[in-house]
Write a protein that binds this ligand. Structure first.
Ligand SMILES: NC(=O)c1ccc[n+]([C@@H]2O[C@H](COP(=O)([O-])OP(=O)(O)OC[C@H]3O[C@@H](n4cnc5c(N)ncnc54)[C@H](OP(=O)(O)O)[C@@H]3O)[C@@H](O)[C@H]2O)c1
Length: 498
């Protein structure tokens, strides 16, 4: 992270007592404090309905941070951090909350007048907050900038995303809106761009002449973690695939932008999304697959089926596994399938992009023990293994002409380099006004356009869903998405483990 020191701001966290704030935002802000990246004078103002004093809040934050602080909590850093922490007991539905915030920003010198508003709230609450930020006059940039960070999901289908955008547009200027997708804050995701565009080796191969297909996987071993009220209405397609996986697809498939500034990058990503072949209603079955987990074993322990999870209706057909096959109909990618899949309660927790190259001509080896030369793979591990690995075929030592797979490892991080959380980068970008890693509305809309036919079809076909035992890689039937017999889901980032 090499960022400029910038002006201080008041970071207002709506929903500061919630899950996202506890797990991600507060630890990330603490780490920014530790790295001395928070501008001097910056205040972090938590807003919630709980009847807490500032002292209680500081102790709460200590609890949120201490378990996650890298190398343990540093008391001196925490003391500095605690100086910034303020607490406002307020209900976001009431005008008085905004009057208080406005008074602090306009009249209290301890509160910088630049202000970021982070919506760590349920999506249903985004609308009322932006309305009131506008009606109270807070969103007007008279004495400093005002920025609003919107958490995902941005809508639950194309129509609702359009409605939400209309609402935002009415209340804020586009330059004030930061739509977050924390995947884009991950160093390994940004490394896709560096790997592609800072190395001359790959570019000549990065197209339909040499690439057979691309797989993008995000698998989790956890279930729905008590969030049935949200998850049962969303499902895997909306929750993960429309957002994170589509973002990965754009980074893998985009043309080199003229520069790394936010608009150039986002223009290229949108071009990819616009080039994806629309899935017609009659093609939905050929291009998509969904399933739900039944009970099974994860890490040696028996886990419940989705239908047995608390709060899930007994007849739910919400998918916990979703896979799509997409084609990008442009010069670079015509005819190359992109297979995307995501699931809960799977065999392993992993995010990766696996790119399979075409099978080389076999003729040369026809009179040797080499039966079939395997295709090369490029494996981009995103989490938990951060790696760039190129698998190639080499000759086995010995007298016979036999091949085996070896891999060139260009891992991103050395063991002595600490991993940082994506939210650290993104929270800092908001203060610095850098929107490169945030979504522009047309990206979100075009991603919805791609999945919307599938969302609609699945919403009407509610009487049957495939199942897979928890702890597995999903049902065998997903194979039907593959274009060719020799294509298969690549689960492992190591050679010959699938
Ligand atoms: N949790 C995650 O890991 C995660 C990951 C990615 C994205 N997200 C997104 O982040 C957002 C927040 O998720 P979450 O899991 O943190 O939700 P959550 O745990 O339910 O937290 C929501 C917070 O909103 C506050 N709130 C609700 N109504 C309020 C009101 N009328 N006035 C003031 N505060 C109010 C609550 O605070 P009080 O009850 O104290 O008032 C609560 O702390 C969602 O959009 C979610 O999709 C979450």
């Amino acid at each position: 992270m090499s960022k400029q020191i910038v002006e201080p701001c008041t970071y207002v966290i709506f929903g500061a007592t919630g899950n996202l704030s506890r797990r991600k935002l507060m630890p990330a802000l603490y780490h920014l404090e530790e790295a001395q990246r928070l501008p001097h004078g910056t205040v972090i103002l938590a807003l919630s309905r709980r009847d807490w004093s500032r002292e209680t809040w500081i102790e709460e934050v200590r609890g949120m941070v201490s378990g996650q602080a890298r190398g343990g909590l540093d008391e001196a850093v925490f003391e500095r951090f605690a100086h910034r922490l303020q607490y406002l007991r307020a209900d976001l539905n009431e005008d008085s909350a905004y009057e208080q915030i406005r008074t602090l920003l306009d009249e209290d010198e301890a509160y910088p007048s630049n202000a970021a508003f982070y919506m760590a709230l349920r999506p249903a609450e985004f609308g009322v907050v932006v309305d009131k930020l506008k009606s109270s006059g807070i969103s007007r940039e008279e004495h400093g900038w005002r920025r609003v960070v919107i958490e995902k999901p941005f809508g639950y289908d194309l129509e609702s995303a359009q409605r939400l955008q209309k609402h935002l547009h009415h209340c804020l200027d586009e330059h004030q809106v930061y739509r977050i997708d924390h995947y884009l804050g991950k160093g390994t995701v940004q490394n896709i761009l560096v790997y592609r565009f800072a190395n001359v080796l790959m570019e000549p191969l990065w197209n339909r002449n040499y690439i057979d297909h691309v797989q993008i996987t995000h698998s989790e071993t956890i279930g729905i973690a008590g969030r049935a009220d949200y998850y049962d209405g969303a499902g895997a397609l909306r929750d993960m695939l429309q957002s994170h996986l589509m973002q990965l697809l754009t980074l893998v498939a985009m043309e080199p932008p003229p520069s790394m500034d936010a608009e150039s990058l986002r223009d290229e990503k949108v071009k990819v999304l616009k080039s994806i072949r629309p899935i017609t209603p009659s093609a939905v079955h050929a291009h998509s697959f969904r399933a739900q987990y039944t009970s099974g074993i994860i890490n040696g322990e028996k886990v419940k089926s989705y239908l047995e999870e608390d709060g899930v209706p007994p007849d739910s057909t919400t998918e916990t596994y979703a896979a799509l096959k997409l084609y990008i109909d442009n010069w670079r990618w015509r005819g190359v399938p992109f297979y995307l899949r995501t699931g809960k309660r799977m065999a392993e927790a992993k995010s990766a992009v696996s790119i399979r190259f075409k099978v080389p001509p076999q003729h040369l080896f026809r009179n040797t023990p080499v039966e079939r030369v395997k295709p090369d793979w490029l494996l981009l591990g995103i989490q938990p293994y951060e790696c760039v690995r190129l698998e190639m075929q080499v000759k086995e030592p010995g007298l016979e002409m036999k091949t085996r797979t070896t891999s060139l490892d260009a891992s991103l991080r050395r063991d002595d380099e600490a991993a940082y959380d994506a939210y650290e980068d993104l929270l800092l970008d908001v203060i610095e006004g850098d929107r490169t890693l945030f979504l522009r509305y047309d990206e979100v809309e075009w991603a919805w356009r791609v999945v919307d036919p599938v969302v609609r079809t699945w919403a009407t076909e509610r009487d049957f869903i495939h199942t897979y035992p928890a702890g597995t890689w999903g049902p065998q039937e997903t194979r039907r998405l593959f274009d060719k017999e020799d294509q298969f889901w690549r689960h492992s980032l190591l050679p010959d483990e699938d």
